[in-house]
Structure formats: structure tokens, C-alpha cells
Design a protein. Structure first.
Length: 203
């Protein structure tokens, strides 16, 4: 095992643990949001109007929250929790991809022309998914770089459900990349990194 993998093991283990915990929260929030939204589909249309937030805080004439106000508030709250949690998952995933990419560049340089391919992910090398996945995670709010775009196109083509819009929607897909790599397991992560870095440190 390369020294870089050993040095970063503690940090990576903590990130993966945090991903597991955050994903549990995201799953709960998604289920609660879906349940609240199904209930909301039976509300009067004004609950979905431009005054939605006001409706969420509205009280009835008896001084208590009306069913529509309570339901609207639940939708707003669980939507916020879900979106916040998904943002955290993407941030953690971007950090994990950065650590992996830093290991590759510190040993093989930029671009990593001498880095082994690693296992195949769809129609491209693991090395490329890590390298360009990290670039996407760090710069998702901008159009993809010319060097990164072909890899994202392959992800979208090979896994259309998971990566639809990755080349154009300017949303962070880092969590989906980490899940695709199955890096929710440290064993898988370390095995992948060992396939890319030499056993004996270079130089």
C-alpha cells in the first residue's frame, strides 16, 4: 500500500462515516417530504400559490394552525432538510474525490499520463472518473472544461438515469459519482487507490 493511502486513511474513514450518517438523514427527509407532498396534493390550490410560505404560517380563526397551514409547513421543512442534506452529501463527496485526485496527481503528475487505468466504469477508466469527477465537483457551477466534458458525457451516456444533465444543469453530482464508485465502503476505496498508486512511493 502506498504511503499516501496510509496517511489519508483516517480522514477518508471519517468522510465515509459522515456520508453514511448524512445519507440516513437524507433518506428519512425524502420519505417525509414525499408523504407531506402527497397530503398536500389534496389541499386547495391556494396552498401552492405565490403565498405558499405565508400559508405555511397561517393560523385559523380559533387560534390554532389549520390543517393546510400545518401541512404546508411540513412540506417546507422537509424540503429544506432534504436539500440541505443533499448539499452536505455532495460537499463530502467532493472532498473524497479531491483526496483521491490529489493522490494521483502527487504521484503521477498533471495530467496523470503514467497512471494506470484502474477498473472500468461504464466505458471509461476509473482514473478518469476520479480526475474529472473531482473537477466537476469543484467547478459544477460553471460549464465543464473542455478536458473534463468528454468524461461527463460518457457518464451521462453510460448511466443516463443517474447522471442526466450533468453536462449542462450546473448542479453538483459528486454524491452520485461516489455512489457509482461504491466508495461508501472504505475497502472499495482503498482497493481502487491501490490499483492506481504504486506499492513503493515513487522517487
Amino acid at each position: 500500500m502506498h504511503l499516501y493511502i496510509r496517511k489519508t486513511e483516517g480522514s477518508v474513514q471519517k468522510i465515509i462515516g459522515a456520508l453514511e450518517q448524512e445519507n440516513e438523514l437524507f433518506e428519512v427527509a425524502s420519505k417525509e417530504y414525499s408523504a407531506a407532498s402527497r397530503s398536500a396534493s389534496r389541499w386547495p390550490k391556494d396552498a401552492f400559490s405565490a403565498r405558499f410560505k405565508k400559508a405555511a404560517l397561517r393560523v385559523d380563526s380559533m387560534g390554532g394552525e389549520s390543517p393546510s397551514a400545518t401541512g404546508a409547513l411540513a412540506v417546507v421543512q422537509w424540503h429544506f432538510v432534504r436539500e440541505s442534506s443533499y448539499g452536505t452529501l455532495n460537499a463530502l463527496s467532493g472532498t473524497l474525490l479531491q483526496i483521491a485526485r490529489q493522490g494521483i496527481s502527487s504521484i503521477h503528475g498533471e495530467p496523470p499520463v503514467n497512471c494506470p487505468d484502474g477498473r472500468t466504469i461504464g466505458t471509461q477508466a476509473l482514473r478518469d472518473v476520479i480526475w474529472h469527477g473531482r473537477n466537476h465537483a469543484m467547478h459544477f457551477e460553471h460549464p465543464p472544461r473542455k478536458t473534463t466534458r468528454p468524461s461527463l458525457v460518457k457518464l451521462e451516456r453510460d448511466f443516463p438515469v443517474r447522471f442526466s444533465g450533468i453536462t449542462s444543469d450546473r448542479r453538483n453530482h459528486a454524491w452520485q459519482i461516489v455512489k457509482l464508485l461504491e466508495w461508501t465502503s472504505y475497502a472499495v476505496y482503498s482497493s481502487d487507490m491501490m490499483s492506481l498508486l504504486p506499492t513503493v512511493p515513487a522517487g
